[in-house]
Ligand binder design. Structure first.
Ligand code: F6R
Length: 612
């Protein structure tokens, strides 16, 4: 979703701002802009609808804008259509203040009307411009930018990360945050603000995560952070420990493909440190046996692909723990008056750790007394900081909008937690526990082996890429995996696709199957393989073309019925989705490639969804 970058330093700001925005392109956007202040030219603002390249061309790579202080923004439209005028930065009426904003100002209409009564003229449809104008209004009253920002923050409601510059302040930019991420970066040639570390990692690894309600004044020499009462704060610095190359394509055509290929290593990094002497060790979680025994109910809450991880885990955890596990979409959970109390364990899953729906659902669960455990990839993100406990998936930065390696690491981490809890409860046999752990450690190798033959999937994609509607069917874990396969395909290839529990087809959906319809049949779940096969026969009988995914054990049987078969290595049944999902990711990737889609930045989508 929207990305903010700001720089106060001793170098020309515009090229740095454009570079930072380029590194945040993956977040999703539809327009971009920068504002730079110089002694001679004052505030200069350039904005453009469309790709960042348009803005870069417009400013000759930033060379046209002179000055060492600036802010930049990529916008993902919420209020007002994507166009040049609604793009950020927004400038106050007298042209003295420029502002970039992520988030939503809920009471903007009321403030807008009030300012209009004072004669203020607006040019855009955005809630963000209202803040720029309100800032000018208060600045005219108090003539102190920090004080004016404080007054504005007390007046507005909603979520925000702001970057602000003012022509009266040649060296300082002001930042503020509430419910929208913002980091401060300490560099050699100046200091930064950014929505995420990928924007500044090229320049510094020394960062501070801003908290809700905090305000920062950033100059080339220093960064001062204040609480909402303007009391100075001492902030803890963090060192970003991943390499800049982790956020670069490194010779691959797309981030998505690179990230698919990185999955074995990401799984290894997530699993290895958590298995010691044949046991699962979750150092960062402090649940006692008594607490676990008193858990009456478990909720798993997430959105999108993270929710699909929850679907797999529901099957696995209920099997392992013999406790009711409910998976809820975060956006539904928070408004459903959920049955949550202090004996409820709430697991929230989020790659970005910033998804607003998931964050709000977690807060609601906490408010009702539940204990929350967050599974997060981005270190220091909002969800990670607010949860009672956090376990990180060590997938490294995920840049492609369509998640792959984060999904895979979430899956194995949830399996590990399931085993850990089952062990505490005594609901898993030792032999089963050992077998799962052994197989889990073999997953990276088996996945690598499969990935060596990625061209097989490419072949099927070239055969089926021109279908306009595709069904994914499977039972139990295969159904949960099908949900993810279907989402991957539709989000990057724009092909309409649905995932169904195979047994449910005959209750309606089978009427959509006609000669030539492509059905991706998932038959990796051993316990229900024969049942799944009956459903494959049903769709074949109605003329469907069947592309199957199965395991080595069932290859022969599947090949007798399906038109095409992709075979993944066998593993423990609980872990089978970790291998089964890989061909589905590759299939989506190659279909999208054949169709000429913008794979890493699919239309209308954002990487971290920070609005409701
Ligand atoms: C799909 C995808 C999204 C995310 C969803 C939740 O490929 O990436 O569906 O899974 O937006 O995001 P996080 O996990 O960051 O909360």
């Amino acid at each position: 979703m929207c990305g903010i970058i700001g720089f106060a330093g001793r170098e020309q700001a515009a090229p740095i701002l454009l570079d930072g925005l380029a590194r945040m392109e993956y977040r999703g956007y539809d327009s971009a802009g920068i504002a730079v202040r110089s002694e001679t030219k004052g505030l200069q603002v350039k904005k453009a609808k469309g790709r960042l390249q348009v803005l870069s061309d417009l400013t000759h790579g930033g060379a046209d804008l002179e000055g060492t202080l600036g802010i930049g923004h990529t916008r993902w439209a919420t209020h007002g259509e994507p166009n040049d005028i609604n793009a950020h930065p927004h400038v106050s009426e007298n042209g003295q203040i420029a502002l970039v904003h992520n988030g939503i100002i809920e009471n903007y209409l009321e403030i807008k009307e009030q300012l209009q009564r004072h004669g203020v003229k607006f040019t855009s449809d955005t809630d963000s411009e209202v803040v720029a104008q309100l800032l000018e209004f208060h600045y005219n009253e108090c003539h102190n930018m920090l004080e004016a920002v404080g007054r504005v923050l007390r007046r507005i409601e909603g979520s925000y990360a702001f970057g602000i510059i003012c022509s009266d302040y040649p060296n300082a930019l002001i930042a503020a945050r509430k419910d929208s991420p913002l980091i401060l970066g300490y560099g050699e040639n100046g200091n930064y603000i950014a929505s995420d570390v990928t924007a500044v990692i090229k320049y510094t690894r020394d960062v501070v995560y801003m908290e809700d309600g905090e305000i920062a004044v950033v100059t080339p020499e220093s960064i001062d952070v204040f609480d909402s009462e303007m009391n100075p704060l001492e902030k803890k610095h963090s060192q970003v420990d991943w390499d800049v190359s982790a956020a670069e394509k490194g010779g691959y055509a797309h981030f998505m493909f690179k990230e698919i290929m990185e999955q074995p290593e990401a799984i290894r990094k997530t699993v290895s440190p958590r298995i010691r002497d044949g046991r699962v060790v979750l150092d960062d979680v402090s649940m006692t046996v008594d607490y676990v025994k008193n858990i009456s109910r478990i909720f798993i809450i997430a959105c999108g692909s993270s929710y699909h991880v929850g679907m797999v885990s529901k099957y696995n955890w209920e099997r392992l723990l013999r406790r009711p596990v409910q998976v809820d979409l975060a956006s539904e959970f928070r408004y459903s008056d959920p049955l949550v109390d202090e004996n409820t364990l709430v697991i929230v899953i989020s790659q970005s750790g910033e998804t607003l729906d998931t964050m709000a659902a977690m807060r609601e669960a906490k408010r009702r007394g539940a204990r929350t455990l967050a599974i997060v990839n981005v270190v220091g993100s909002s969800i990670a900081r607010e949860a009672d406990d956090v376990l990180y998936t060590w997938a490294g930065p995920e840049i492609a909008v369509a998640t792959t390696k984060a999904y895979s690491t979430q899956l194995v981490l949830m399996d590990l937690i399931g085993l850990y809890l089952a062990d505490l409860l005594g609901t898993v046999e030792k032999s089963e526990y050992d077998a799962i752990l052994t197989e889990m450690q073999l997953l990276p190798e088996k996945m690598s082996h499969f990935l060596e033959h990625f061209e097989d999937v490419q072949y099927f994609a070239s055969r089926y890429f021109n279908h306009n509607s595709i069904f994914f069917i499977g039972r139990n874990l295969d159904y949960a995996m099908g949900l993810e396969g279907s989402l991957k395909l539709k989000e990057i290839s724009y092909i309409h696709s649905e995932a169904y529990a195979s047994g449910e087809l005959k209750h309606g959906t089978i009427s959509l199957i006609e000669p030539g319809t492509l059905v991706v049949a998932l038959g990796t779940y051993a316990a229900l393989f024969d049942k799944a096969m009956s459903n494959v026969v049903e769709v074949k009988a109605r003329g469907a073309e069947v592309l199957a995914v199965t395991t080595e054990s069932f290859k022969e049987k599947m090949e007798k019925t399906a038109d095409s078969t992709i075979v993944v290595p066998d593993t423990h049944p609980i872990l089978q989705p970790s291998l089964g999902v890989v061909p589905l990711q590759l299939f989506a990737y190659y279909v999208a490639l054949q169709r000429g889609c913008d794979i890493d930045k699919p239309r209308n989508l954002a990487k971290s969804v920070t609005v409701e």
